[in-house]
Design a protein around this ligand. Sequence first.
Ligand SMILES: NC(=O)c1ccc[n+]([C@@H]2O[C@H](COP(=O)([O-])OP(=O)(O)OC[C@H]3O[C@@H](n4cnc5c(N)ncnc54)[C@H](OP(=O)(O)O)[C@@H]3O)[C@@H](O)[C@H]2O)c1
Length: 271
Amino acid sequence: MKNSRIAAEGLVLLGCGKMGSAMLAGWLARGLPASSVWVIDPHPSDWLQGQGVHLNTTLPVKPAIVLVAVKPQMMADALPTLKMMGNGTTLFVSVAAGITISYFEQTLGAQTPIVRAMPNTPAAISQGITAIVANAAAGPKALDEAEALLSAVGDVVRLDAEAQIDAVTGVSGSGPAYVFHMIETMAAAGVAQGLPADLSMQLAKATVAGAGALALQSDETPSQLRINVTSPNGTTQAALEVLMDEVVGFPALLKRAVKAATDRSRELAGG
Ligand SMILES: NC(=O)c1ccc[n+]([C@@H]2O[C@H](COP(=O)([O-])OP(=O)(O)OC[C@H]3O[C@@H](n4cnc5c(N)ncnc54)[C@H](OP(=O)(O)O)[C@@H]3O)[C@@H](O)[C@H]2O)c1
């Protein structure tokens, strides 16, 4: 990132809360000079004030990239302030949930290169996954730039169509919360079987983290990894008969949960 167009022409970060800070930390760690970054945020954190970036000052006229990381409900106030950067060479990358590419085109101009992204909270420890999709004005080079920028906080995948972003939100965007809830309920279930609460929580956290890492690193599919640890009539099989029940187990439950999040994402984008 040290020698990129971003370092030369500048990057503007609009909104620097949880997601913006995670990304900024990743960029700075990868060698983007703080002097190439301009941040607009009404209440900058102590951490942000100590980073040496340009903070709430006059912006470059044509920055390479504007990264939009304000809450969706603040968008109507925040985005029009950057209208003069639209319809030019500045690439707008937005991580705001539910704000469509067409909203950006309407506010900034139809010729504005725009990439819409859906990250998730493990971005805070550089283990996020972000899905991206671009408008027609953003060519392949813009997608490469957005991917390079967002890969500072984890993996990046490209979508074929913007419509897929609602389902992505249902799986990976909202997904960390499902896993946190699984940890909570697994720990509570251990307590119900007689374990001390602290110990049960430690077991649940490490099990989810370890199984997740194994699923990522292994050459075998998650299904095969499951089969590998399930001996006939053993303990794992006893639990899986409950969890894999087609009516009341994970298959039906997760289908409903992911659908609910996907539907809500569509509603938010539409309204
Ligand atoms: N967190 C996630 O897991 C996640 C996942 C996917 C997508 N996203 C998206 O990421 C975006 C940011 O989420 P977040 O969790 O980082 O929210 P956040 O912590 O509330 O950060 C938003 C920041 O924008 C600032 N802001 C408010 N109005 C502004 C304005 N007019 N101009 C410039 N900055 C302004 C806020 O300042 P004040 O706090 O002082 O108002 C805050 O620091 C959202 O659009 C969200 O949909 C988040």
